[in-house]
Design a protein around this ligand. Sequence first.
Ligand SMILES: Cc1ncc(COP(=O)(O)O)c(C=O)c1O
Length: 375
Amino acid sequence: MEYLPFTRPSIDETTIEDVVATLHSGWLATGPRVARFEAALSGYLGGRIIKSFTSATAALEIALEAAGISDEHEVITPAISFTATPNVILRRNATPVFIDVDLKTRNMDMEAAAHAVTPKTRALMPVHFAGLPVEMNTLYDLANKHNLRVIEDAAHAIGSRYKGKLIGSFGDLVSFSFHPNKNITTIEGGALSLVNTEEAEQIDILRFHGISRRDDGEMDVLLPGGKYNLSDVAATVGLGQLPHLDAFNIKRRQLAQHYLDRLEGLENILLPEKADSGHSWHMFAPLINFKAFKMTRRAFIAAMHEKGIGIGIHYPALHLFTLYRSLGYARGDFPNAERIGEETVTLPLFPGMTVNDVNRVISTLCKILDIKEPN
Ligand SMILES: Cc1ncc(COP(=O)(O)O)c(C=O)c1O
């Protein structure tokens, strides 16, 4: 039977032809197609300023730099995310302050975040986990109360909506990822959505060597900028993907709902938060109490792989990594993050899948865990 990975990008033939045309065009690095991609994304997000990058990691790092985050500052962020999220805080020499997450939404506990604010806190950096938006009203109330910047890590949340409004169509600095496992891809790539034109000009400079133009048109260098500009080849892929985004997300929602409907009520399996109309279902990751099944996660993943099904882990708890333990974090600090880190499994979910594929995952999972397959 065909191997079913946990994720796979959907690239149509037109996009492939357009990439070939870009390669023939003689202009491969940042040029007209990047400008078109940024404009298209801006159109999708209600006219916001969009700056593209080589990755979301680059976008987050530049967002923190533009927001003036430095070594005196603390940034509040969840204990469950990909390590890029807190890493970029450290790369600014600032201090990541981890917060536990909710077991079902996997999003940062806003009450705990409110308690963690100190005079050094300069920014909140939440993650819309798996595409489920954090409570945006609570988040921005907290930011406004303490005059904090918000850098939304929306790597999973392109096309997600909060109370009907697209993530990235409002808010402070919002970062998206277009890595191939995300809801749309540019191969590697990311983007920032923002509102402030002066900050946007600064970001232009920061993402390309610190280069600026003097009034006489000559080049000047204002600061040691990075080299984070997207290529026209990557932007061509993005231009081919964006028109499909909403349809991709509808398909993801249908498949996630099918998982939820069939897996609901199974003992020792904690499902992610119920389908919400604004959820873009970047992934479907239940928690499995492996101890109760007398099995290790590693053995489960190997057995699923043996049956031709790929399983991911998103993510181990951040504070237990060597780097973050060295800041003083320890086991016991964030019980929910630790449980998620040990029990989470990402089941296959991508728009090219069928309901039959979901059924195949469910029946294989039930056989391996030795439970009766639900109806
Ligand atoms: C939550 C989160 N933040 C940031 C990133 C970094 O994205 P990129 O690979 O585009 O740098 C990822 C990538 O997986 C992610 O999942």
